[in-house]
Design a protein around this ligand. Sequence first.
Ligand SMILES: NC(=O)c1ccc[n+]([C@@H]2O[C@H](COP(=O)([O-])OP(=O)(O)OC[C@H]3O[C@@H](n4cnc5c(N)ncnc54)[C@H](O)[C@@H]3O)[C@@H](O)[C@H]2O)c1
Length: 360
Amino acid sequence: MPIAIVSGSGGLIGAEAARYFCEHGFDVIGIENDMRAYFFGPEATTRHTTERLEADLGSSFRSLAIDIRDEDAIRKLLRTNKAEVELIVHAAAQPSHDWAASEPQTDFTVNANGTLNLLQAARDFTPAASFVFTSTNKVYGDRPNFLPLAELETRWELPEDHQWYGGIDLTMPIDLSTHSLFGVSKAAGDLLVQEYGRYFEMPTVCFRGGCLTGPQHAGAQLHGFLAYLMKCTVSGDPYTVFGYKGKQVRDNIHAHDVVRAFHAFHRSPAAGAVYNLGGGRDSNVSVLEAIALCEKITGRSLDYELSEQARIGDHMWWISDLSAFKADFPEWELTFGIEDVLRDIHDSNAERWLAEVAAR
Ligand SMILES: NC(=O)c1ccc[n+]([C@@H]2O[C@H](COP(=O)([O-])OP(=O)(O)OC[C@H]3O[C@@H](n4cnc5c(N)ncnc54)[C@H](O)[C@@H]3O)[C@@H](O)[C@H]2O)c1
């Protein structure tokens, strides 16, 4: 049986990937040390997700509590399984730009050194395995904020005749801008993944994600915007919108569509590929628009305030251009729109969130 290694298998993307690839003929070995609870507190633990995967997937899945910063453990894992490993999905990360400023060395060693450990072990033991890296649109820093954005009633928006109205493509430069330290550590990982692809001709890909979301997101204030917004709407907890009058636009893609993109690449890999990946023009929303949708779906009002303080490096507007990926993989398409994503988050979690409120 071919093996897929999935780092961060208790997280949003990792869990979706573990489930998906088990269902598509792989044995999956997860790498997950529950560091999300260290980053964002006990409410963000991924323990339940790992336990659910183990219960649902049986012998096709096992989760190892390895830290991707532990070079020896990573090398041992790939050396031991080198004959079977056909795919590596690297989704473990410190994922928040706000958190990165509090412990820059932890952020950098997880996002950059951890990626290097996996790449070098892959080069030495499984060089033909597809290596999928979940990069981020934060590699572009705050450059999107210098686009000629117009203020509309509920969102910032580009003029329709702008070259990037349909979405930003890879020609946007990644330097000479403010990234947050998270954006820098992810850019280091992104460049390493490209370099191992180009220099060593390994089948690597960077997916520079917009907002990746889904019902399994352990939403916390510092990461997992839509899941946390829906959680606050359901539970009645207050929510703070940081900056830009709540009109900042994000494109949102369901984790299932993200993982389907990984599979498309694995079926027909190339060396050193890079794509922007998000909801694109078909699935995007401003924070104010997302609040209105959450209120519509739940029938409740969100208790929120608008802070004038924007997060450093935060985007006022981001929509991914998906045309390059669609051209290379025409069989792939989005299957969830923004309202479908929010309904899925709500329907999968509302009962549990209400029970948590009742138990307080
Ligand atoms: N969610 C988004 O909106 C988004 C957007 C763009 C890019 N990304 C990228 O996608 C990837 C997955 O994001 P996510 O939303 O699933 O994040 P997540 O926090 O839900 O999952 C990451 C997982 O990695 C684990 N982890 C962290 N450090 C680890 C370490 N040192 N060793 C082993 N495991 C470790 C965490 O415990 C967590 O379960 C990340 O690389 C992130 O930067 C996410």
